[in-house]
Design a protein around this ligand. Structure first.
Ligand SMILES: Cc1cc2nc3c(=O)[nH]c(=O)nc-3n(C[C@H](O)[C@H](O)[C@H](O)COP(=O)(O)OP(=O)(O)OC[C@H]3O[C@@H](n4cnc5c(N)ncnc54)[C@H](O)[C@@H]3O)c2cc1C
Length: 335
């Protein structure tokens, strides 16, 4: 019989630092505990947490919060160019990136310093500085909550998109990702330097994956608030993707609006620009606020509730709809 804790605060399990309580709590350290746990807690609600860095908790939870804490990294196979690495879901993503840098395995250096667990990384296809997880993803092992069996999802079955995968849509809440297998590069590495300020900031003429990661880390540290100092979940909204007709209309009124074509012909617009334009950058409602340096990041200055942050987010969404006819979708999971 696995021992579940009762009435546990989730404050230290979410990067917004919101104080809510869960009726039951269990830290999973072995994947093999899952079957026992599910038969023991049958037909009662279970919610999965990785690092809690992509969620806004709005109320106490009348169920079991299961924090995925399984650890382990192993090389499955390798050839001249590539290495297949299996990582347990509870490994910290950034520590895994550091491990790759130490082994000189390329492919994840642009994704340095993204908070959270390896198991959550495929769910929203984490991305930064021109690279998304899908570029190194090979497959993942999952626990099926209906059948309580394990199965494998290959890259083709994940339907990765911009901050999106099947686990955010069709299979939301149906599986627990227990491990992820990535295909990483041995030398020579192909580097992605074209995005943001990476190229400008890189001093080396022949950069390595380690230089790229250092540069990404220093850019991120200068731009993004550290959740240990000020509660946040990174980008609160997705960058909206608009039809050509819509962007043409907006450009007549706002010729300075930055916009980037996507392969589908639609156009991506930075949500941060819209939020700043509407005058929300640096705005504070009690302890809920919009960060003063990065308008896409909502913050908890100290004791904001999840509902106070949500109310501010909804105010921004309403204003964006009125002013730009744009629906701002949340990137953060509202729970
Ligand atoms: C400062 C900051 C910067 C950030 N920058 C970026 C960025 O550059 N790019 C980016 O893409 N994201 C970014 N994020 C968002 C976040 O880091 C990622 O979404 C990350 O993958 C979340 O991992 P997590 O373990 O914390 O997930 P959690 O917040 O714990 O969970 C997120 C969702 O996934 C589910 N889940 C978690 N683990 C599992 C599992 N093993 N199986 C099934 N479901 C699971 C949860 O139920 C929840 O619905 C940032 C966040 C912060 C705080």
């Amino acid at each position: 019989m696995l021992k579940l804790e009762e009435n546990v605060s989730l404050k230290k399990y979410n990067s917004f630092g919101i104080e809510v309580f869960t009726q039951n709590f269990f830290l999973l350290t072995e994947t093999s505990q899952l079957k026992e746990l599910y038969s023991q807690y049958q037909n009662r609600p279970i919610r999965i947490h990785g690092g809690g860095s992509n969620m806004l908790l709005t109320h106490d939870y009348e169920g079991l919060t299961l924090v995925i804490g399984t650890k382990g990294i192993s090389v499955l196979r390798e050839d001249e160019q590539s290495v297949f690495v299996e990582v347990q879901a509870g490994e910290n993503w950034h520590e895994f990136v550091l491990w790759c840098l130490k082994q000189n395995y390329g492919g994840v250096e642009n994704l340095a310093l993204i908070p959270g667990s390896v198991g959550a990384a495929p769910i929203q296809n984490i991305g930064a500085y021109g690279v998304e997880l899908k570029s190194v993803f090979h497959c993942c092992e999952v626990f099926d909550l209906d059948t309580q069996d394990f199965k494998t999802f290959t890259k083709e079955t994940m339907h990765f998109g911009y901050r999106d995968s099947v686990f955010k849509n069709k299979y939301k809440g149906k599986y627990i990702i227990t491990s992820v297998c990535l295909k990483l590069q041995k030398t020579p590495h192909s580097l992605q330097l074209s995005y943001g300020d990476i190229q400008k900031k890189l001093e080396e003429k022949t950069p390595t994956i380690q230089h790229v990661a250092e540069t990404v880390i220093s850019i991120r540290q200068s731009k993004l608030p550290d959740p240990k100092e000020i509660g946040n979940s990174g980008s609160f909204f997705k960058n909206p993707i608009l039809e050509k007709k819509h962007i043409d209309t907006l450009l007549q009124k706002y010729p300075e609006l930055p916009h980037y074509p996507t392969p589908s012909g639609a156009v991506k617009v930075p949500a941060a620009w819209l939020i700043e334009k509407m005058g929300f950058k640096g705005v504070r409602d009690g302890d809920a606020g919009v960060h003063s340096k990065q308008a896409l990041v909502l913050v908890n200055y100290n004791r904001a509730t999840g509902n106070e942050i949500l109310a501010l987010a909804q105010k921004i969404q309403k204003a964006a709809l009125e002013q730009f006819k744009i629906t701002l979708e949340t990137e953060v999971n509202i729970l």
